[in-house]
Write a new protein. Structure first.
Length: 446
């Protein structure tokens, strides 16, 4: 997989030490991906040792002050621009052919050392509906890795994993796609026979666990406020903005308040959500619109296609076709503001003026001080509230490059074509694992 990065950066899971890996080009141990075939003679680019980078980087991390395009397309060119992911043309072909699997699990220890873990299986689950978007489970055969003291290799006191999956080609080369950077939360197993299981969560969990110990007041612009909240918990975190920034109304959270919930509320004021991406960067971005987003992958039935099976359904339960967002901030003496955003597409089954009727949802935040902010927040909430009316589970050959919000095209065995928006999926780390993509909305494709 190709990835462009203007400046690698090291991140920290504590205020004292940096243990987040750099992306490319730094010095460190050379590790080769695990494969179901004999390992290739050429290893991957060397990994960066914790605390080291290939170019000067601020210890406060990186923040992009200008909106950047939403980051990833699956193209056949293999080209990249800015923060855009791409995979080579033969990567997608290898997926459809169910070629040899390559996986990699890299451990970043609390003592600064980096090593690849030999693993027997596991999975990574990615779910936009969860505050912590990514979770992992990795199985190992080596029972010596079960920790007995806080200083052992697999420490639950700050160690992290970087997990990747991809394909190995006939020439011995590999192409890997990152699946996430995970805090190690638990390690357990039979001390005599194994296996050993590691469980971890992506970096949103670090921020969420850092509850406020004093009243916290946020003000200024949304991007600055979100960045400050994240970097107060992870000082070297990179925060990438892909949304349009705007001022927010002052908002104070009480002691014991959830820092990640505060991040989400502030981002909603500019119609955006925040998540940790597969590289461990925090991204502020609008949720893609199914009606205007270009499909990133086609799942086709038949020879050369990745389609396995599908189930589909519709429900009106907890489906809304309008959102009224309201804001009132007594601290700034701003008069109450509001905006009602409805499904105004006459071709939509949840059309506001159609037979579905009016089913509004409501959202209130003191960060909303203008009608524009209310409109942005209501639009974000409406996309999520209207989407579940049509859902599907698409089983296909695994594609580790997918992300929640991606739009995919499905070509069914009967020739029917539909566009679906990805909500969640689980990527197996072993051969033969199931790969089911849960989608939250669908429409016919012309």
């Amino acid at each position: 997989m190709k990835r462009t990065s203007t400046s690698p950066s090291v991140r920290s899971l504590s205020r004292a030490s940096s243990i987040r890996p750099t992306k490319t080009g730094a010095s460190g141990p050379s590790l080769s991906p695990r494969s179901t075939c004999p390992p290739p003679s050429a290893s991957r680019a060397p990994l960066a040792a914790p605390g080291r980078t290939s170019s000067p980087v601020s210890r406060r991390g990186r923040t992009s002050s200008t909106p950047t395009p939403r980051g990833r397309t699956f193209s056949s060119t293999g080209g990249s621009e800015g923060d855009v992911y791409s995979v080579s043309s033969r990567f997608l072909a290898a997926i459809a052919e169910s070629g040899p699997l390559a996986t990699e699990v890299v451990l970043f220890r609390t003592d600064g050392r980096v090593e690849r873990l030999e693993h027997t299986g596991g999975s990574v689950t990615v779910d936009r509906g969860q505050a912590v978007r990514r979770t992992c489970s990795v199985t190992l055969a080596d029972t010596a890795l079960i920790p007995r003291t806080p200083t052992d290799r697999l420490s639950v006191y700050g160690a992290t994993l970087r997990i990747s999956r991809g394909v190995q080609y006939s020439d011995g080369s590999t192409e890997l796609v990152p699946l996430g950077v995970f805090r190690v939360d638990s390690v357990a197993g039979d001390v005599d026979e194994g296996p050993v299981t590691i469980s971890g969560k992506s970096l949103e969990a670090v921020v969420a666990d850092d509850k406020f110990t004093a009243p916290y007041r946020a003000s200024g612009t949304a991007v600055a406020a979100v960045t400050t909240l994240i970097q107060s918990s992870i000082p070297a975190a990179s925060v990438i903005n892909r949304a349009t920034d705007a001022a927010i109304g002052p908002r104070t959270w009480d002691i014991e308040g959830d820092r990640w919930a505060a991040v989400a509320e502030i981002a909603a004021a500019i119609g955006a959500e925040v998540y940790a991406d597969p590289d461990g960067d925090f991204v502020i971005a609008e949720f893609p619109d199914l009606l205007t987003t270009t499909p990133v992958w086609t799942i086709a039935a038949g020879e050369g296609g990745a389609y396995v099976s599908a189930s589909r359904g519709m429900t009106a339960d907890k489906v809304y076709n309008g959102v009224l967002a309201r804001g009132e901030n007594t601290e700034t003496n701003v008069a109450p503001v509001s905006s009602l955003v409805v499904d105004n597409d006459p071709t939509s089954p949840t059309y506001w003026s159609g037979p579905f009727g009016h089913r509004p949802a409501f959202y209130t935040s003191s960060t909303l001080t203008t009608t524009g902010a209310c409109t942005a927040a209501a639009t974000l909430k409406l996309r999520a509230a209207a989407a579940p009316n049509a859902s599907a589970d698409i089983s296909s050959l695994p594609n580790p490059a997918l992300e929640p919000g991606d739009v995919i095209r499905v070509l069914y065995p009967d020739g029917t074509k539909e566009l679906h928006q990805v909500q969640s999926f689980t990527v197996p780390l072993d051969v033969g694992g199931d790969f089911t993509i849960a989608t939250i909305s669908a429409k016919e494709d012309s």
